[in-house]
Write a protein that binds this ligand. Structure first.
Ligand SMILES: Cc1cc2nc3c(=O)[nH]c(=O)nc-3n(C[C@H](O)[C@H](O)[C@H](O)COP(=O)(O)OP(=O)(O)OC[C@H]3O[C@@H](n4cnc5c(N)ncnc54)[C@H](O)[C@@H]3O)c2cc1C
Length: 491
Protein backbone atom coordinates (compact mmCIF):
# COMPACT_ATOMS: atom_id res chain seq x y z
CA UNK A 1 0.00 0.00 0.00
CA UNK A 2 1.31 3.48 -0.89
CA UNK A 3 0.64 6.55 1.21
CA UNK A 4 -2.67 8.43 0.87
CA UNK A 5 -2.74 11.90 -0.72
CA UNK A 6 -2.00 14.89 1.53
CA UNK A 7 -4.36 17.90 1.70
CA UNK A 8 -1.61 20.22 0.53
CA UNK A 9 1.37 19.35 -1.68
CA UNK A 10 4.82 20.89 -1.19
CA UNK A 11 5.82 20.75 -4.90
CA UNK A 12 3.67 20.17 -8.01
CA UNK A 13 4.51 18.89 -11.49
CA UNK A 14 2.98 16.92 -14.35
CA UNK A 15 5.68 14.28 -14.36
CA UNK A 16 7.92 13.48 -11.39
CA UNK A 17 11.15 11.69 -12.29
CA UNK A 18 12.95 9.94 -9.43
CA UNK A 19 16.72 9.76 -10.05
CA UNK A 20 19.06 11.91 -12.15
CA UNK A 21 21.03 9.34 -14.18
CA UNK A 22 20.63 8.82 -17.91
CA UNK A 23 17.28 7.03 -17.62
CA UNK A 24 15.96 10.02 -15.67
CA UNK A 25 17.42 12.39 -18.25
CA UNK A 26 15.79 10.60 -21.20
CA UNK A 27 12.42 10.45 -19.41
CA UNK A 28 12.56 14.06 -18.17
CA UNK A 29 13.69 15.59 -21.48
CA UNK A 30 11.13 13.60 -23.48
CA UNK A 31 8.25 14.48 -21.15
CA UNK A 32 9.32 18.14 -21.04
CA UNK A 33 9.55 18.40 -24.84
CA UNK A 34 6.01 17.04 -25.05
CA UNK A 35 4.81 19.91 -22.90
CA UNK A 36 4.91 18.44 -19.39
CA UNK A 37 6.15 20.31 -16.35
CA UNK A 38 8.88 18.03 -14.96
CA UNK A 39 10.54 17.81 -11.56
CA UNK A 40 13.52 15.51 -10.91
CA UNK A 41 14.16 14.26 -7.38
CA UNK A 42 17.77 13.25 -6.77
CA UNK A 43 19.08 11.59 -3.63
CA UNK A 44 22.72 12.66 -3.97
CA UNK A 45 23.95 16.13 -3.09
CA UNK A 46 24.74 18.44 -6.00
CA UNK A 47 28.15 17.38 -7.32
CA UNK A 48 27.49 13.67 -6.75
CA UNK A 49 24.44 13.29 -9.01
CA UNK A 50 24.53 11.35 -12.25
CA UNK A 51 24.54 7.89 -10.70
CA UNK A 52 26.38 5.10 -12.44
CA UNK A 53 25.93 6.94 -15.71
CA UNK A 54 28.35 9.67 -14.74
CA UNK A 55 31.19 7.27 -13.90
CA UNK A 56 30.45 4.66 -16.59
CA UNK A 57 32.76 3.90 -19.51
CA UNK A 58 30.41 6.33 -21.36
CA UNK A 59 29.54 3.93 -24.16
CA UNK A 60 25.97 3.43 -25.31
CA UNK A 61 24.53 0.95 -27.74
CA UNK A 62 22.94 1.99 -31.01
CA UNK A 63 21.94 -1.15 -32.85
CA UNK A 64 21.99 -1.10 -36.64
CA UNK A 65 18.95 -3.21 -37.53
CA UNK A 66 15.69 -3.91 -35.73
CA UNK A 67 15.50 -7.52 -36.95
CA UNK A 68 19.07 -8.33 -35.93
CA UNK A 69 18.62 -6.58 -32.60
CA UNK A 70 15.53 -8.72 -31.91
CA UNK A 71 17.52 -11.86 -32.70
CA UNK A 72 20.49 -10.79 -30.54
CA UNK A 73 18.47 -9.72 -27.51
CA UNK A 74 16.36 -12.87 -27.69
CA UNK A 75 19.55 -14.94 -27.74
CA UNK A 76 21.06 -12.90 -24.86
CA UNK A 77 17.99 -13.73 -22.75
CA UNK A 78 18.52 -17.45 -23.46
CA UNK A 79 16.13 -19.56 -21.43
CA UNK A 80 15.04 -16.53 -19.35
CA UNK A 81 12.79 -15.11 -22.04
CA UNK A 82 11.33 -11.62 -22.05
CA UNK A 83 7.87 -10.99 -23.61
CA UNK A 84 8.03 -10.42 -27.36
CA UNK A 85 6.45 -6.93 -27.29
CA UNK A 86 9.20 -5.82 -24.87
CA UNK A 87 11.95 -7.22 -27.11
CA UNK A 88 10.39 -5.48 -30.12
CA UNK A 89 10.17 -2.07 -28.46
CA UNK A 90 13.70 -2.41 -27.11
CA UNK A 91 14.99 -3.26 -30.59
CA UNK A 92 13.09 -0.45 -32.31
CA UNK A 93 14.17 2.16 -29.79
CA UNK A 94 17.82 1.02 -29.56
CA UNK A 95 18.21 1.87 -33.26
CA UNK A 96 17.02 5.42 -32.53
CA UNK A 97 19.48 6.43 -29.81
CA UNK A 98 21.86 8.30 -32.11
CA UNK A 99 19.09 9.98 -34.08
CA UNK A 100 17.52 11.23 -30.86
CA UNK A 101 20.77 12.50 -29.38
CA UNK A 102 21.82 14.14 -32.64
CA UNK A 103 18.46 15.89 -32.86
CA UNK A 104 19.24 17.45 -29.47
CA UNK A 105 22.76 18.60 -30.41
CA UNK A 106 24.74 15.48 -29.47
CA UNK A 107 27.85 14.31 -31.32
CA UNK A 108 27.73 10.47 -31.51
CA UNK A 109 31.15 8.95 -32.20
CA UNK A 110 31.55 5.23 -32.76
CA UNK A 111 34.15 3.46 -30.59
CA UNK A 112 37.23 3.05 -32.78
CA UNK A 113 39.55 0.96 -30.67
CA UNK A 114 39.47 -2.72 -31.61
CA UNK A 115 37.78 -5.00 -30.83
CA UNK A 116 34.46 -3.30 -31.46
CA UNK A 117 33.19 -5.10 -28.40
CA UNK A 118 30.58 -7.57 -29.51
CA UNK A 119 30.32 -9.50 -26.29
CA UNK A 120 28.79 -12.67 -27.69
CA UNK A 121 29.80 -12.73 -31.39
CA UNK A 122 28.50 -16.28 -31.87
CA UNK A 123 24.90 -15.35 -31.08
CA UNK A 124 22.51 -14.58 -33.93
CA UNK A 125 22.21 -10.91 -34.84
CA UNK A 126 25.34 -9.93 -32.90
CA UNK A 127 26.67 -7.77 -35.73
CA UNK A 128 23.89 -5.26 -34.94
CA UNK A 129 26.14 -4.06 -32.08
CA UNK A 130 27.55 -0.57 -32.54
CA UNK A 131 28.92 1.28 -29.53
CA UNK A 132 29.00 5.05 -29.35
CA UNK A 133 30.04 7.83 -27.00
CA UNK A 134 29.53 11.58 -27.21
CA UNK A 135 32.30 13.83 -28.52
CA UNK A 136 35.86 13.04 -29.50
CA UNK A 137 37.10 11.57 -26.20
CA UNK A 138 35.89 8.29 -24.75
CA UNK A 139 35.40 8.16 -20.95
CA UNK A 140 35.88 10.99 -18.41
CA UNK A 141 32.10 11.47 -17.98
CA UNK A 142 31.95 13.01 -21.45
CA UNK A 143 28.68 11.39 -22.54
CA UNK A 144 27.18 12.24 -19.15
CA UNK A 145 28.09 15.89 -19.70
CA UNK A 146 25.83 15.89 -22.78
CA UNK A 147 22.99 14.19 -20.85
CA UNK A 148 23.30 16.67 -17.98
CA UNK A 149 23.30 19.61 -20.40
CA UNK A 150 20.06 18.42 -22.00
CA UNK A 151 18.29 18.73 -18.65
CA UNK A 152 19.94 21.95 -17.57
CA UNK A 153 19.10 23.68 -20.88
CA UNK A 154 15.43 23.19 -20.06
CA UNK A 155 13.26 24.61 -17.27
CA UNK A 156 13.29 21.26 -15.46
CA UNK A 157 13.54 21.57 -11.68
CA UNK A 158 16.16 19.34 -10.05
CA UNK A 159 15.84 18.86 -6.30
CA UNK A 160 19.18 17.52 -5.03
CA UNK A 161 19.58 15.75 -1.70
CA UNK A 162 15.92 14.80 -1.96
CA UNK A 163 15.54 11.02 -1.79
CA UNK A 164 12.10 9.70 -2.68
CA UNK A 165 10.81 7.41 0.07
CA UNK A 166 7.22 6.42 -0.70
CA UNK A 167 4.75 6.57 -3.53
CA UNK A 168 1.46 8.32 -2.84
CA UNK A 169 -1.44 6.23 -4.10
CA UNK A 170 -5.18 6.82 -4.49
CA UNK A 171 -6.98 4.66 -1.91
CA UNK A 172 -9.60 3.40 -4.37
CA UNK A 173 -8.29 3.67 -7.94
CA UNK A 174 -4.72 2.74 -6.89
CA UNK A 175 -3.39 5.46 -9.22
CA UNK A 176 0.01 6.88 -8.26
CA UNK A 177 -0.56 10.54 -7.40
CA UNK A 178 2.90 11.62 -6.30
CA UNK A 179 5.88 10.93 -4.10
CA UNK A 180 6.86 11.55 -0.52
CA UNK A 181 10.52 12.52 -0.27
CA UNK A 182 12.91 13.92 2.32
CA UNK A 183 14.44 17.30 1.77
CA UNK A 184 16.96 18.64 4.25
CA UNK A 185 15.64 16.17 6.85
CA UNK A 186 12.02 17.23 6.41
CA UNK A 187 9.33 15.26 4.57
CA UNK A 188 7.90 16.87 1.45
CA UNK A 189 5.13 15.75 -0.87
CA UNK A 190 5.55 16.06 -4.63
CA UNK A 191 2.40 15.95 -6.73
CA UNK A 192 2.57 14.20 -10.11
CA UNK A 193 -0.51 15.31 -12.05
CA UNK A 194 0.22 12.86 -14.88
CA UNK A 195 2.70 10.21 -13.68
CA UNK A 196 5.77 9.22 -11.72
CA UNK A 197 8.78 7.69 -13.51
CA UNK A 198 11.15 5.71 -11.29
CA UNK A 199 14.72 5.88 -12.61
CA UNK A 200 16.63 5.54 -9.34
CA UNK A 201 18.98 2.71 -10.27
CA UNK A 202 19.56 -0.69 -8.77
CA UNK A 203 20.48 -2.19 -5.39
CA UNK A 204 24.28 -2.12 -5.65
CA UNK A 205 24.58 -0.75 -2.11
CA UNK A 206 21.88 -2.75 -0.34
CA UNK A 207 23.67 -5.71 1.24
CA UNK A 208 20.43 -7.34 2.40
CA UNK A 209 19.01 -7.37 -1.14
CA UNK A 210 22.38 -8.59 -2.44
CA UNK A 211 22.26 -11.55 -0.04
CA UNK A 212 18.63 -12.26 -0.89
CA UNK A 213 18.75 -11.92 -4.65
CA UNK A 214 22.23 -12.23 -6.17
CA UNK A 215 23.40 -15.81 -6.70
CA UNK A 216 26.13 -17.17 -4.45
CA UNK A 217 27.57 -14.05 -2.84
CA UNK A 218 27.33 -13.04 0.84
CA UNK A 219 28.27 -9.41 0.05
CA UNK A 220 29.31 -7.34 -2.93
CA UNK A 221 30.51 -3.78 -3.45
CA UNK A 222 30.20 -1.39 -6.35
CA UNK A 223 32.55 0.56 -8.54
CA UNK A 224 29.63 2.89 -9.30
CA UNK A 225 27.53 5.33 -7.30
CA UNK A 226 27.07 4.69 -3.58
CA UNK A 227 23.54 6.17 -3.73
CA UNK A 228 21.76 3.28 -5.48
CA UNK A 229 20.32 1.37 -2.54
CA UNK A 230 17.30 -0.36 -4.02
CA UNK A 231 14.88 2.42 -2.95
CA UNK A 232 12.90 2.12 -6.20
CA UNK A 233 12.40 -1.59 -5.58
CA UNK A 234 11.00 -0.99 -2.10
CA UNK A 235 8.74 1.84 -3.32
CA UNK A 236 7.40 -0.21 -6.23
CA UNK A 237 6.86 -3.34 -4.15
CA UNK A 238 4.93 -1.30 -1.60
CA UNK A 239 2.34 -0.44 -4.26
CA UNK A 240 2.06 -4.00 -5.55
CA UNK A 241 4.74 -4.30 -8.26
CA UNK A 242 6.10 -7.59 -9.52
CA UNK A 243 9.89 -7.96 -9.72
CA UNK A 244 12.09 -9.43 -12.45
CA UNK A 245 15.74 -10.17 -13.25
CA UNK A 246 16.69 -9.76 -9.59
CA UNK A 247 19.37 -12.46 -9.87
CA UNK A 248 21.14 -10.85 -12.83
CA UNK A 249 23.92 -8.34 -12.47
CA UNK A 250 27.03 -6.98 -14.19
CA UNK A 251 29.49 -8.82 -11.98
CA UNK A 252 31.17 -10.14 -10.06
CA UNK A 253 34.73 -9.08 -10.48
CA UNK A 254 37.26 -9.15 -7.62
CA UNK A 255 38.34 -5.87 -6.04
CA UNK A 256 39.64 -4.28 -2.86
CA UNK A 257 37.06 -2.64 -0.58
CA UNK A 258 38.15 -0.75 2.54
CA UNK A 259 35.87 0.88 5.12
CA UNK A 260 37.40 4.33 4.55
CA UNK A 261 36.27 4.52 0.89
CA UNK A 262 32.70 3.98 -0.30
CA UNK A 263 33.51 2.18 -3.53
CA UNK A 264 35.97 -0.44 -4.76
CA UNK A 265 39.56 -0.38 -5.98
CA UNK A 266 40.19 -2.59 -9.00
CA UNK A 267 43.57 -4.32 -8.94
CA UNK A 268 45.51 -3.68 -12.15
CA UNK A 269 47.25 -7.05 -12.11
CA UNK A 270 43.88 -8.80 -12.33
CA UNK A 271 42.86 -6.96 -15.48
CA UNK A 272 42.95 -9.51 -18.27
CA UNK A 273 44.78 -7.32 -20.79
CA UNK A 274 47.48 -6.00 -18.48
CA UNK A 275 50.72 -7.89 -17.89
CA UNK A 276 53.08 -7.10 -15.01
CA UNK A 277 56.33 -8.73 -13.93
CA UNK A 278 56.11 -10.86 -10.78
CA UNK A 279 53.93 -13.69 -9.57
CA UNK A 280 50.24 -13.39 -8.61
CA UNK A 281 47.39 -15.78 -7.86
CA UNK A 282 44.04 -15.48 -6.06
CA UNK A 283 42.98 -17.96 -3.39
CA UNK A 284 39.78 -18.51 -1.45
CA UNK A 285 39.39 -18.99 2.32
CA UNK A 286 40.74 -22.55 1.92
CA UNK A 287 44.01 -21.10 0.53
CA UNK A 288 43.36 -22.75 -2.86
CA UNK A 289 42.93 -21.17 -6.30
CA UNK A 290 39.46 -21.35 -7.83
CA UNK A 291 39.72 -19.72 -11.29
CA UNK A 292 41.91 -18.42 -14.11
CA UNK A 293 42.60 -15.06 -12.47
CA UNK A 294 43.26 -13.35 -15.83
CA UNK A 295 40.19 -14.62 -17.71
CA UNK A 296 38.17 -11.94 -19.49
CA UNK A 297 34.77 -12.57 -18.00
CA UNK A 298 31.70 -11.35 -19.86
CA UNK A 299 30.66 -8.77 -17.28
CA UNK A 300 31.29 -11.34 -14.51
CA UNK A 301 30.12 -14.46 -16.31
CA UNK A 302 32.34 -17.38 -17.31
CA UNK A 303 31.56 -20.44 -19.45
CA UNK A 304 30.76 -23.57 -17.46
CA UNK A 305 29.43 -26.69 -19.17
CA UNK A 306 28.13 -24.74 -22.13
CA UNK A 307 26.34 -22.07 -20.05
CA UNK A 308 27.49 -18.66 -18.86
CA UNK A 309 27.44 -18.49 -15.06
CA UNK A 310 28.63 -15.85 -12.60
CA UNK A 311 32.27 -16.25 -11.61
CA UNK A 312 32.48 -18.13 -8.33
CA UNK A 313 33.81 -15.82 -5.60
CA UNK A 314 34.44 -17.76 -2.38
CA UNK A 315 34.75 -15.02 0.25
CA UNK A 316 37.07 -13.83 1.59
CA UNK A 317 39.48 -14.05 -1.33
CA UNK A 318 43.13 -13.04 -1.30
CA UNK A 319 45.42 -11.88 -4.07
CA UNK A 320 48.81 -13.39 -3.18
CA UNK A 321 51.85 -11.89 -4.88
CA UNK A 322 55.55 -11.34 -4.58
CA UNK A 323 57.89 -8.39 -4.21
CA UNK A 324 58.60 -8.13 -7.95
CA UNK A 325 54.93 -7.39 -8.60
CA UNK A 326 54.63 -5.15 -5.54
CA UNK A 327 57.48 -2.96 -6.74
CA UNK A 328 56.50 -2.94 -10.44
CA UNK A 329 53.64 -0.42 -10.35
CA UNK A 330 50.81 0.97 -8.21
CA UNK A 331 48.41 -1.90 -7.59
CA UNK A 332 45.50 0.39 -8.48
CA UNK A 333 45.02 2.54 -11.58
CA UNK A 334 43.70 5.90 -10.39
CA UNK A 335 43.34 7.32 -13.92
CA UNK A 336 39.94 9.09 -13.88
CA UNK A 337 38.50 7.65 -17.10
CA UNK A 338 35.70 5.74 -15.35
CA UNK A 339 34.65 4.42 -11.92
CA UNK A 340 33.33 6.26 -8.85
CA UNK A 341 36.57 5.73 -6.91
CA UNK A 342 38.61 7.33 -9.70
CA UNK A 343 36.24 10.13 -10.72
CA UNK A 344 34.52 11.19 -7.50
CA UNK A 345 36.46 9.79 -4.51
CA UNK A 346 39.80 10.54 -6.18
CA UNK A 347 41.78 8.59 -3.58
CA UNK A 348 45.45 9.31 -4.25
CA UNK A 349 47.04 5.83 -4.24
CA UNK A 350 50.81 5.97 -3.64
CA UNK A 351 53.09 5.29 -6.60
CA UNK A 352 55.08 2.67 -4.67
CA UNK A 353 52.11 1.17 -2.75
CA UNK A 354 53.80 2.16 0.52
CA UNK A 355 50.93 4.23 1.94
CA UNK A 356 48.47 1.39 1.44
CA UNK A 357 50.92 -1.07 2.99
CA UNK A 358 51.20 1.24 6.01
CA UNK A 359 47.39 1.42 6.28
CA UNK A 360 47.22 -2.39 6.37
CA UNK A 361 45.25 -2.63 3.10
CA UNK A 362 48.19 -4.69 1.83
CA UNK A 363 49.63 -7.30 4.19
CA UNK A 364 53.18 -8.55 4.00
CA UNK A 365 55.45 -11.23 5.49
CA UNK A 366 58.90 -12.64 4.80
CA UNK A 367 57.59 -16.16 4.22
CA UNK A 368 54.43 -17.60 2.70
CA UNK A 369 53.67 -19.38 6.00
CA UNK A 370 53.79 -16.10 7.87
CA UNK A 371 51.68 -14.40 5.16
CA UNK A 372 49.09 -17.14 5.64
CA UNK A 373 49.18 -16.39 9.38
CA UNK A 374 48.49 -12.66 8.97
CA UNK A 375 45.75 -13.40 6.40
CA UNK A 376 43.95 -16.08 8.40
CA UNK A 377 44.79 -18.83 5.88
CA UNK A 378 46.08 -22.33 6.46
CA UNK A 379 49.88 -22.08 6.06
CA UNK A 380 50.55 -25.59 4.69
CA UNK A 381 47.81 -25.28 2.07
CA UNK A 382 48.97 -21.85 0.91
CA UNK A 383 52.56 -23.09 0.54
CA UNK A 384 51.28 -26.12 -1.40
CA UNK A 385 49.11 -23.90 -3.65
CA UNK A 386 52.00 -21.54 -4.45
CA UNK A 387 54.40 -24.46 -5.03
CA UNK A 388 51.93 -25.97 -7.48
CA UNK A 389 51.44 -22.59 -9.22
CA UNK A 390 55.20 -22.18 -9.58
CA UNK A 391 55.38 -25.64 -11.20
CA UNK A 392 52.69 -24.59 -13.70
CA UNK A 393 54.77 -21.52 -14.53
CA UNK A 394 57.89 -23.61 -15.12
CA UNK A 395 55.90 -25.89 -17.44
CA UNK A 396 54.02 -22.90 -18.99
CA UNK A 397 50.85 -24.90 -18.43
CA UNK A 398 48.16 -24.30 -15.78
CA UNK A 399 46.57 -27.75 -15.69
CA UNK A 400 43.87 -26.66 -13.22
CA UNK A 401 42.36 -23.52 -14.76
CA UNK A 402 44.12 -23.06 -18.10
CA UNK A 403 45.52 -19.63 -17.34
CA UNK A 404 47.87 -18.34 -20.02
CA UNK A 405 48.62 -14.74 -18.96
CA UNK A 406 51.21 -13.58 -16.39
CA UNK A 407 52.59 -17.09 -15.92
CA UNK A 408 55.19 -15.87 -13.43
CA UNK A 409 56.22 -17.77 -10.30
CA UNK A 410 55.73 -16.32 -6.81
CA UNK A 411 59.21 -16.57 -5.37
CA UNK A 412 60.63 -13.09 -4.66
CA UNK A 413 60.26 -12.41 -0.90
CA UNK A 414 58.75 -10.66 0.93
CA UNK A 415 55.28 -11.82 -0.04
CA UNK A 416 52.04 -9.86 -0.02
CA UNK A 417 48.28 -10.35 0.29
CA UNK A 418 45.33 -8.10 -0.52
CA UNK A 419 41.88 -9.21 0.58
CA UNK A 420 39.45 -9.10 -2.33
CA UNK A 421 35.67 -8.81 -2.30
CA UNK A 422 33.13 -9.44 -5.04
CA UNK A 423 32.52 -6.19 -6.90
CA UNK A 424 30.02 -5.19 -9.56
CA UNK A 425 29.12 -2.45 -11.97
CA UNK A 426 25.36 -2.62 -11.52
CA UNK A 427 22.38 -4.81 -10.81
CA UNK A 428 19.82 -5.50 -13.55
CA UNK A 429 16.75 -6.39 -11.48
CA UNK A 430 13.83 -4.38 -10.21
CA UNK A 431 10.13 -3.83 -10.83
CA UNK A 432 8.86 -5.58 -13.95
CA UNK A 433 7.82 -3.19 -16.70
CA UNK A 434 5.86 -3.62 -19.91
CA UNK A 435 6.44 -2.33 -23.42
CA UNK A 436 4.92 1.04 -22.49
CA UNK A 437 7.34 1.43 -19.60
CA UNK A 438 4.55 0.88 -17.05
CA UNK A 439 5.40 -0.96 -13.85
CA UNK A 440 3.17 -4.01 -13.60
CA UNK A 441 1.71 -6.18 -10.86
CA UNK A 442 2.32 -9.96 -10.63
CA UNK A 443 -0.82 -10.48 -12.77
CA UNK A 444 0.61 -8.26 -15.51
CA UNK A 445 -1.79 -5.33 -15.06
CA UNK A 446 -0.13 -1.90 -14.92
CA UNK A 447 -0.08 0.14 -11.75
CA UNK A 448 -1.79 3.31 -13.04
CA UNK A 449 0.50 6.32 -13.57
CA UNK A 450 3.69 4.51 -12.54
CA UNK A 451 6.54 4.10 -15.03
CA UNK A 452 10.21 3.15 -14.87
CA UNK A 453 13.36 3.06 -16.97
CA UNK A 454 17.01 2.14 -16.68
CA UNK A 455 18.78 -0.44 -14.59
CA UNK A 456 15.89 -0.39 -12.10
CA UNK A 457 14.31 -3.50 -13.61
CA UNK A 458 16.30 -3.63 -16.84
CA UNK A 459 15.43 -5.96 -19.71
CA UNK A 460 18.64 -8.02 -19.28
CA UNK A 461 17.60 -11.36 -17.87
CA UNK A 462 20.74 -13.49 -18.46
CA UNK A 463 23.60 -12.29 -20.69
CA UNK A 464 24.55 -8.67 -21.04
CA UNK A 465 26.05 -6.81 -23.99
CA UNK A 466 28.41 -4.02 -22.86
CA UNK A 467 26.95 -0.51 -23.44
CA UNK A 468 23.51 -2.10 -23.39
CA UNK A 469 22.57 -0.52 -20.07
CA UNK A 470 22.95 3.10 -21.13
CA UNK A 471 21.44 2.16 -24.49
CA UNK A 472 18.39 0.76 -22.72
CA UNK A 473 18.18 3.75 -20.35
CA UNK A 474 17.92 6.03 -23.39
CA UNK A 475 15.41 3.74 -25.11
CA UNK A 476 13.02 3.11 -22.22
CA UNK A 477 13.59 6.57 -20.76
CA UNK A 478 12.04 7.94 -23.96
CA UNK A 479 9.24 5.35 -23.95
CA UNK A 480 8.31 6.06 -20.33
CA UNK A 481 8.72 9.82 -20.71
CA UNK A 482 6.40 9.81 -23.73
CA UNK A 483 3.72 7.72 -22.10
CA UNK A 484 3.94 9.55 -18.78
CA UNK A 485 3.48 12.90 -20.55
CA UNK A 486 0.50 11.50 -22.46
CA UNK A 487 -1.45 10.62 -19.29
CA UNK A 488 -4.48 12.84 -18.62
CA UNK A 489 -4.00 14.86 -15.44
CA UNK A 490 -5.93 13.41 -12.49
CA UNK A 491 -8.57 15.51 -10.78
C1 LIG B 1 32.29 1.78 -13.65
C2 LIG B 1 31.09 1.53 -14.51
C3 LIG B 1 31.23 1.49 -15.89
C4 LIG B 1 30.10 1.28 -16.70
N1 LIG B 1 30.24 1.41 -18.05
C5 LIG B 1 29.13 1.34 -18.82
C6 LIG B 1 29.19 1.66 -20.21
O1 LIG B 1 30.21 2.10 -20.74
N2 LIG B 1 28.04 1.53 -20.95
C7 LIG B 1 26.86 1.10 -20.38
O2 LIG B 1 25.85 0.99 -21.09
N3 LIG B 1 26.77 0.84 -19.07
C8 LIG B 1 27.86 0.98 -18.28
N4 LIG B 1 27.75 0.78 -16.92
C9 LIG B 1 26.39 0.54 -16.37
C10 LIG B 1 25.59 1.86 -16.50
O3 LIG B 1 26.41 2.94 -16.09
C11 LIG B 1 24.31 1.88 -15.65
O4 LIG B 1 23.60 0.68 -15.71
C12 LIG B 1 23.40 3.03 -16.14
O5 LIG B 1 24.16 4.23 -16.21
C13 LIG B 1 22.22 3.18 -15.20
O6 LIG B 1 21.55 4.39 -15.46
P1 LIG B 1 20.27 4.74 -14.59
O7 LIG B 1 19.83 6.07 -15.03
O8 LIG B 1 19.30 3.62 -14.62
O9 LIG B 1 20.84 4.78 -13.09
P2 LIG B 1 21.98 5.73 -12.49
O10 LIG B 1 22.78 6.37 -13.54
O11 LIG B 1 22.71 4.93 -11.48
O12 LIG B 1 21.14 6.89 -11.79
C14 LIG B 1 20.30 6.62 -10.69
C15 LIG B 1 20.16 7.91 -9.89
O13 LIG B 1 19.11 7.73 -8.93
C16 LIG B 1 19.52 8.35 -7.71
N5 LIG B 1 18.72 7.77 -6.62
C17 LIG B 1 18.86 6.58 -5.99
N6 LIG B 1 17.90 6.42 -5.07
C18 LIG B 1 17.11 7.53 -5.11
C19 LIG B 1 15.96 7.96 -4.41
N7 LIG B 1 15.40 7.24 -3.45
N8 LIG B 1 15.43 9.18 -4.73
C20 LIG B 1 15.98 9.97 -5.69
N9 LIG B 1 17.09 9.61 -6.37
C21 LIG B 1 17.64 8.39 -6.11
C22 LIG B 1 21.00 8.08 -7.64
O14 LIG B 1 21.66 8.98 -6.77
C23 LIG B 1 21.42 8.26 -9.10
O15 LIG B 1 21.79 9.60 -9.36
C24 LIG B 1 28.85 1.01 -16.09
C25 LIG B 1 28.71 1.02 -14.70
C26 LIG B 1 29.81 1.30 -13.91
C27 LIG B 1 29.65 1.36 -12.42
Amino acid sequence: MGLSAPEKWTVEADVVVVGFGVAGVAAAVTAHDLGAKVVILEKAPEGEEGGNTRVAGQGYLNTSSVEKAIAYLTALCGPYTVPEPMVKVWAEEMCQNNTWLESLGGDPQEHQHPPVGIEFPDLPGSDCVHKFHDGPTYGYSNTWKLFERLVKQRPITILYETPAHELIQHDVTKEILGVRAWRRNKPITVKARRAVVLTCGGFENNQEMIRNYLPGIPYCYTSGTPYNEGDGIVMAMSVGADLWHMNNYAGPSMALKVPEVRTTFSMQALHFSKEFPGGMIVVGPDARRFTDEKFKTRHGKIPINGRWLPLSTPCPMFMIFDHTLFSAAPLYDKHPSHGWTQIIERYDWSEDNSAELAKGWIKTAESLSDLAGVSGLDAATLVETVTRWNRYCDARHDTEFGRTLMMEPIFDAPFYAVELSPSMLNTQGGPRRNEKGQIVRPNGTPIPRLYSAGELGSIYSYLYQGTGNIGECLAFGRVSGRNAAAERPWK
